[in-house]
Design a protein around this ligand. Structure first.
Ligand code: NAD
Length: 439
């Protein structure tokens, strides 16, 4: 089957790619399997690869890659460039810290020597989404490879060109991108040693079910509907700008975007007014123009899905949009609701509701099947005690939820299983091996 990619703003066709058939996927896998043992034995070589091949290759291709990412999925070009910078930082962090994270850990026992070491599992399949087409790949692939694994990347079809350019940038015998649509990769699941999925909850469940049949380790980074909690003590005038970025980043298509704004009743009107002012000032347009802050959603399907969700929100609240629905763009939208809305809205829509007490704020914040991130805004003495009560993998106080190589990233409930980044993420695709030597 042929996969076509298209610019979601102009509608222009960008490329045609032939899907890999079963034989070609098997060839890729055997090539990686053949090279992985040597790769896994050569830690020095892996460090050198990060510093002397991967990093310079990425830096060299920065402009070309940013343009391709923005053309294929509509992200404003300034945000594609910062995504690449973030990946370069990850590589620097990996070069500085990963070795330390993989040091064997000694354990005191009655034996002569006991320790835990971190060995590779083999070959890991990455199933990745289009929304951060480089970052999602890097934060899964770099740790998995550093541990000594090989990696097969199956990217979202709409970013097939980006996926092949990433392959070129990795330039490694143990990394390969395959072009294939979703279900086709089921055939690979029994043949790999672990699977990392970043995508929607339904995709995560389907892959985990298939992986379960063969007892393959999975890490699942799935959907989110993060609350942004505004306490009575918050400085609303200052935080509306942050709230706007938290919701609008990546055209509203981020798993950790703040999607539900839970606001103390005494600050509610001020917050909605401030947010409306910010939303109406957003520069909307062609993602390839430097000044654009909000471009089109990634595809026609995505635009239709979010437009339908806005219609559903009208049934439970008052909805206002700031701009035109055209050329794939869904304008910034605020929905003031009374009831709860359980779906993840993957677009520039802020769902706002009120609370009176801390208990009510927690109930509203947790009133979702997801549990990825949450942010709380106000006096930190008031906010911090709420953190343990939030059902999420990450809680940030007076800071937008973000992925950062120094701290673990991941969710609970329908947002997934396992962690990425930090030493916790690095060890997900390691065989945590006990070695006990007796006298
Ligand atoms: P998606 O689930 O549609 O697709 C993700 C990947 O899975 C793609 O490569 C797709 O081709 C593949 N896929 C889809 N169905 C499959 C199947 N049955 N078998 C095998 N592979 C299959 O998600 P998307 O639309 O590309 O991305 C948006 C979703 O990703 C949102 O829900 C978002 O919250 C989530 N996401 C989560 C994180 C996180 O870290 N938690 C990060 C980014 C995006």
């Amino acid at each position: 089957m042929e996969i076509k990619t298209r610019n979601p703003f102009s509608g222009q066709e960008l490329g045609k790619y032939t899907e890999y058939d079963a034989n070609k996927m098997d060839e890729v896998l055997s090539h990686i399997r053949k090279n992985q043992p040597e790769w896994s034995r050569n830690l020095e070589g892996r460090i050198e690869y990060l510093k002397k091949t991967l990093r310079p290759n990425l830096a060299k291709k920065k402009e070309e890659l940013a343009k391709l990412m923005s053309s294929e999925m509509g992200k404003p070009i300034s945000q594609s460039l910062s995504e690449i910078d973030k990946c370069l930082n990850l590589l620097d962090f990996a070069g500085d810290k990963f070795l330390e994270f993989l040091e064997p850990e000694e354990v005191k026992t009655e034996g002569k020597k006991t320790y835990v070491r971190f060995d590779p599992l083999g070959t890991i399949l990455l199933v990745m989404p289009w929304n951060y087409p480089l970052w999602q790949v890097m934060r899964a692939a770099v740790p998995a490879m550093f541990v000594g694994n090989g990696v097969v990347l199956k990217h979202a079809s709409i970013v097939s060109g980006t996926s092949l350019l990433i392959d070129e940038i990795f330039e490694s015998p143990v990394f390969h991108s395959i072009v294939a649509s979703g279900a086709r990769i089921n055939a690979l699941i029994p043949k790999v040693d672990g699977i990392s999925v970043t995508g929607s909850t339904s995709t995560g469940i389907q892959i985990a079910q298939e992986a379960g049949k063969y007892l393959k380790k999975v890490v699942l980074e799935l959907g989110g509907s993060d609350p942004f909690i505004v306490l009575k003590s918050a400085n609303v005038a200052e935080i509306v700008e942050k709230a706007t970025f938290a919701r609008m980043q990546n055209n509203g298509q981020s798993c950790i975007a703040s999607k539900r704004f839970v606001v103390h009743e005494e600050r509610f009107d001020e917050f909605v007014e401030g947010l409306s002012n910010q939303f109406s000032a957003i520069k909307i347009g062609d993602p390839l123009e430097k000044a654009t802050f909000l471009g089109p959603l990634s595809s026609k399907n995505q635009t239709e899905a979010v437009t339908k969700q806005i219609d559903d929100l009208r049934k439970i609240g008052k909805v206002e949009s700031f701009g035109e629905f055209s050329r794939g763009i869904v304008p910034p939208t605020i929905a003031k609701v009374n009831g709860s809305y359980k779906e993840e809205v993957f677009g520039p829509v802020a769902i706002v509701s009120k609370f009176r007490t801390h208990d009510e704020a927690i109930l509203l914040a947790n009133d979702t099947p997801f549990g990825l991130g949450a942010s709380i805004w106000g006096d930190s003495e008031e906010a911090e005690p709420l953190a343990p009560r939030i059902e999420a993998g990450m809680v940030f106080v007076n800071k937008i939820v973000a992925s950062d190589p120094r701290v673990p990233f991941g969710g609970v409930k329908q947002s997934g299983i396992g962690r990425e980044l930090s030493k916790f993420g690095l060890r997900e695709f390691a065989n945590v091996k006990t070695v006990w030597i007796d006298h």
